[in-house]
Structure formats: C-alpha cells, structure tokens
Design a binder for this molecule. Structure first.
Ligand code: SF4
Length: 115
C-alpha cells in the first residue's frame, strides 16, 4: 500500500470517530508499526487536517487525534444564485420530470458556459 493511501485510510479512521482516535490504537488499526504511524500522523497534522491533543490513559502518553472540520463549499448547490431545489423538497420525486430541477440545471449549464 502506498504512503498516500495509508494517510487517506488513517484520515478516514480519524474522521469516523467523533471524539477522535488514540494514536496508540491507530497504528494497530492501520496494520503498521508505531514509527510509521507517527510519520502518517505528522503528515496529516502538517497538512492541517487533524488536531493532536495529549492524552494520558494507562500511564503512557499518546495523542488523541481529531479531524478538523472541513469548510463547506456551498457553490456546489448554487446555480444562477438559486439553491438546488432538492434541498428541503417534499414533493413526490420524479427527477426526469421535475421542472424545478430542470430550471436549476439550466442555470448551472449557463454558468458553466460563461466560465
Ligand atoms: S428532483 Fe424535483 S421533486 Fe425531486 S427532490 Fe429535486 S426538486 Fe424535489
């Protein structure tokens, strides 16, 4: 497995736990040794993707690793200043026949043409 894939896997593990994961457990979950895990964690930390908090459990020191929240990119649900109509929609959904969705997609296509 390439290093980058290990980092992605580590990040998935960390993101999957709301309270984060302990570094002393992460390396076991990843199937790597603790030194390799430290390098993976350092890369994620240096990239600003995780926080590290000192953690003392059973007498030994480790880090609690917590994923940083990602900024939400609202541009993906906006077209022509209109929000995607499917957000908060309670209509009976038949996307192929939905004029709300067609109109929104029309705005999206116009925006892409203008870029
Ligand atoms: S496709 Fe139309 S009906 Fe379906 S969720 Fe979106 S807006 Fe609502």
């Amino acid at each position: 497995m390439l290093m980058q894939e290990r980092e992605e896997e580590a990040l998935r593990h960390i993101r999957s736990a709301r309270q984060g994961v302990l570094q002393s457990e992460l390396w076991k979950e990843l199937g790597v040794d603790s030194r390799k895990c430290s390098r993976i964690v350092k890369k994620l930390f240096d990239a600003g993707l995780i926080e590290r908090r000192e953690y003392r459990g059973d007498g030994s020191k480790t880090y609690q690793l917590i994923a940083k929240k990602q900024a939400t990119d609202y541009s993906v649900i906006l077209a022509g200043g209109e929000i995607l109509p499917c957000i908060c929609c309670d209509l009976e959904c038949v996307p192929e026949e939905c004029t709300l969705l067609m109109d929104w997609m029309y705005h999206l296509a116009l925006e892409e043409l203008e870029e």
